[in-house]
Design a protein around this ligand. Structure first.
Ligand SMILES: NC(=O)C1=CN([C@@H]2O[C@H](COP(=O)(O)OP(=O)(O)OC[C@H]3O[C@@H](n4cnc5c(N)ncnc54)[C@H](OP(=O)(O)O)[C@@H]3O)[C@@H](O)[C@H]2O)C=CC1
Ligand SMILES: CC(=O)[C@@H](O)[C@H](O)COP(=O)(O)O
Ligand SMILES: [Mn+2]
Length: 387
């Protein structure tokens, strides 16, 4: 039996992990589940999986959660400090599945503590990858990527002889607007943007997939996770999302991991590592899939790719600023306060306005993230006043 804590249990990745646990409950002992505001669902999930402890970040939801779990013996905590404290509890597997930079502190605390850190929270790696890796190296924690592309690369990457790897190629579905002109993208709605053609995911990552910022963040995530440099990271659009990424070796061999687009497979890989466990994910029927297609990514229609590559090249605080401004922009787009094309535009203006700030230490990353959010909000407020 493995003990497991899930940060972001009420989200798309968190629920997929809990479905895996329900599929083979004898294998897992759930320690802590966390949510931001969704107390009702958190209580239901805790009841279903027999969690010992729950954390709700929004303190105003504490009473609702306490009432929902009355008589069950489940320990209830609330607030941001409790979220980070929960990462200090000893468990064998921590699933980091909070969305956004909000997941950074608990993920870092878990990496400081040890065990398997199954990491879906790519924004934490984008903002503070070197800090998380250093913490894991000190504690002996095993950092395992859950993001489908990075999980695929992890499965076929020669870590013993990385000099044999020529490049990695991240596959991108292309999102819902893959074939749309820039002009038509101007007026797309949040509903259209979150309707991902292949994957079923939370709203923020779905919008990121639509702008291709998701792939941009994934380039940075890959540079953090694997011993490769920016020029060795390429992207290819693969609308079927069956090949989850490639590793190209110096002899020209391309190794890939394939499967149906279901997050339960990479989550199971990371949570059960180094075992492989049976999952309820649909198995790939190659005859039915029949055709796998590949095309070039268009940086002109999807400028987020260009911005992310530039941020990766620039290093320092640029990835932090890119991520923070994107989080502000996506939230405002979902609230219908800015348009779809304004998302990369706001990131670009924020990057130019913030410039370089120190981002080597945790407090510097936190300050830089806050500064970028406030600059992005100010720019977007000015746009709104002018409109
Ligand atoms: N969904 C997917 O298939 C994939 C996701 N990822 C990555 O995994 C992460 C999670 O994505 P996804 O599951 O789609 O996200 P969701 O939006 O579906 O879920 C987010 C989870 O995080 C919690 N949360 C949100 N904001 C905060 C906050 N400020 N503080 C603490 N907790 C918070 C939510 O709680 P509440 O419900 O209360 O709001 C929820 O449990 C992201 O980083 C994403 O990029 C990577 C690959 C695939
Ligand atoms: C499932 C997963 O890993 C997502 O990050 C996925 O990659 C999103 O699809 P896109 O390729 O459209 O960004
Ligand atoms: Mn991905």
């Amino acid at each position: 039996m493995r003990s497991v804590t899930i940060f972001g249990a009420t989200g798309s990745v968190g629920e997929a992990a809990l479905a895996l646990i329900a599929h083979d409950p004898a294998r897992w002992q759930v320690d802590t589940l966390t949510a931001n505001t969704n107390a009702k669902r958190l209580a239901e999930l805790a009841g279903q999986c027999g969690a010992r402890h729950v954390v709700i970040c929004d303190e105003s939801k504490r009473d609702e959660l306490v009432q929902a779990l009355a008589g069950t013996g489940v320990e209830v905590s609330a607030g941001r400090a409790a979220l980070v404290e929960a990462a200090s509890r000893p468990v064998e597997v921590t699933l980091a599945a909070i969305v956004g930079a909000a997941g950074l502190l608990p993920t870092l605390r878990a990496a400081e503590r040890g065990g398997i850190i199954a990491i879906a929270n790519k924004e934490a790696l984008v903002c503070a990858g070197p800090l998380i890796l250093a913490a894991a190296a000190r504690s002996g924690a095993r950092l395992l990527p859950v993001d489908s592309e990075h999980n695929a690369i992890f499965q076929v990457f020669d870590f013993e002889r990385p000099e044999r790897v020529a490049r990695i190629i991240l596959t991108a579905s292309g999102g819902p607007f893959r074939q749309m002109s820039t002009e038509d993208m101007r007026s797309v709605t949040p509903e259209q943007a979150v309707a991902h053609p292949v994957w079923s995911m939370g709203a923020k990552i779905s919008v990121d997939s639509a702008t291709l910022m998701n792939k941009g963040l994934e380039m940075i995530e890959a540079e953090r996770l694997f011993p490769i440099a920016e020029p060795q990271i390429d992207i290819v659009v693969h609308p079927q999302s069956i090949v989850h990424s490639f590793v190209e070796y110096v002899d020209g061999s391309l190794l890939a991991q394939l499967g149906t687009p279901d997050m339960k497979t990479p989550i199971a890989y990371a949570m059960a590592y180094p075992d492989r466990i049976e999952t309820p994910a649909e198995k790939l029927d190659m005859i039915a899939a029949a055709k796998l297609t590949f095309e070039a990514a268009d940086e002109r229609r999807f400028p987020a790719l260009r911005l992310a590559r530039a941020a990766l090249r620039a290093g320092g605080s640029s990835p932090v600023v890119l991520n923070a401004s994107n989080e502000v922009a996506v939230e405002r787009f979902l609230d219908r306060r800015i348009g779809f094309l304004d998302i990369p535009a706001l990131c670009e203006e924020t990057l130019a306005a913030v410039g370089n700030c120190p981002a080597g230490h945790l407090d510097e990353v936190v300050d830089c993230d806050a500064r970028a959010r406030s600059v992005a909000a100010r720019i977007a407020d000015e746009w709104e006043k002018r409109a």
